[in-house]
Unconditional design. Structure first.
Length: 350
């Protein structure tokens, strides 16, 4: 073969084969590039859509947060207003409660209930120690070796000057004593808070019944009983005695109250109204109950009532330091004496 022919033969054959092979290699790469370009564009569109969605969501979240903040702020404002309103209401209720407590303490009903609770709480002390002390004091006040120092002869000397009077301690008055015990049992076991006028309308404890029984059966309705330490409780005891006597003597009974100040007489008026259901029309010089600041006026009134056929009951407040001798001539006398401790604490001028 000629050397000049070989190159010619090679050049003629190679380009034809290369020209035939190149189109077959480039066709798949171009298609894949086109596909990748389309995928890229799709991804870009998705990214743009996601970014837009994200922006929308962020805007919605921001709006929601702002709206929620406004709602929370509004609710907090409403709750704050409600809290302030409730605080004012609570303060008003507390002031009203305090006012009601003060009114209850100043009224007989509330004070009576409060004292009744205290009496129940300290029942052992009141019924035990104080009663023993009272018995010992009574024994000391009535020595047998000094009869001239006792006030009993003075009252006996005055008795012949007046008509015979009830004496519940004597055997001739067994019927009256039986009625009194029955009424006392009713007061204790069957209290009637809405009973008729002149009937006791308050809770009656054993300590009260003990005082009333002592006055009726041991002192014959004429003597002094130890104070309960409270005027309201003393009024309760006096009201029970008045109610019993009214049950026995009806309209013949006249109650004369002695206290040394208008304020104390006002307490007696309110207490008797509360315990017995009486009204202001029952108080007066010609009524069932009369109030006095001076014993001399009371004694004159009692004498007139005794002459007119009435039965005067004299009730002496515990603040009276002494008993006017003119009062000892009347058959019914209920005086409230201070406790031995109070007598010791009081200064002596003798």
């Amino acid at each position: 073969m000629n050397s000049d022919e070989l190159p010619i033969s090679d050049e003629s054959t190679v380009p034809s084969e290369a020209g035939a092979a190149l189109p077959e290699l480039k066709l798949p790469d171009t298609q894949r590039l086109s596909e990748l370009t389309q995928q890229e564009q799709a991804l870009e569109r998705e990214i743009e859509a996601l970014v837009a969605t994200r922006d929308d969501l962020q805007a919605q979240v921001s709006q929601t947060q702002n709206a929620l903040g406004r709602v929370v702020q509004q609710n907090l404002s409403e709750l704050e207003q409600r809290r302030q309103t409730l605080q004012l209401s609570i303060e008003q209720l507390e002031r009203r409660q305090e006012r009601i407590r003060n009114e209850m303490k100043s009224s007989f009903a509330g004070a009576s209930q409060e004292i009744a609770i205290r009496v129940q709480s300290f029942k052992d002390y009141l019924v035990g120690s104080l009663q023993d002390l009272a018995i010992a004091a009574e024994q000391l006040e009535l020595p047998t070796f000094q009869p001239e120092a006792q006030p009993v002869p003075i009252s006996k000397a005055a008795e012949p000057q007046v008509a015979p009077s009830p004496n519940f301690a004597e055997s001739t008055f067994e019927e009256e004593a039986r009625k009194i015990r029955t009424i006392l049992d009713q007061f204790r076991n069957q209290p009637d808070y809405y009973g008729p006028v002149w009937k006791l309308r308050r809770t009656f404890e054993p300590v009260h019944a003990e005082r009333v029984s002592t006055w009726f059966f041991k002192q014959g309705g004429r003597g002094a009983v130890r104070t309960m330490g409270s005027r309201l409780q003393n009024i309760l005891i006096a009201s029970a005695s008045v109610s019993i006597l009214y049950n026995l003597y009806r309209d013949r009974l006249r109650v004369l109250i002695l206290a040394n100040s208008p304020e104390r007489l006002g307490e007696w008026r309110r207490g008797l109204q509360d315990c017995l259901g009486v009204t202001r029309s029952d108080f007066g010089s010609d009524r069932g109950i009369t109030l006095f600041e001076a014993p001399e006026q009371l004694a004159l009134k009692a004498e007139r009532l005794d002459k007119d056929g009435f039965l005067p009951l004299i009730v002496v407040d515990e603040t009276e330091e002494s008993i006017n001798l003119a009062l000892l001539q009347f058959p019914l006398l209920l005086a409230f004496a201070p406790s031995p401790q109070q007598m010791i604490q009081q200064p002596s001028f003798y």
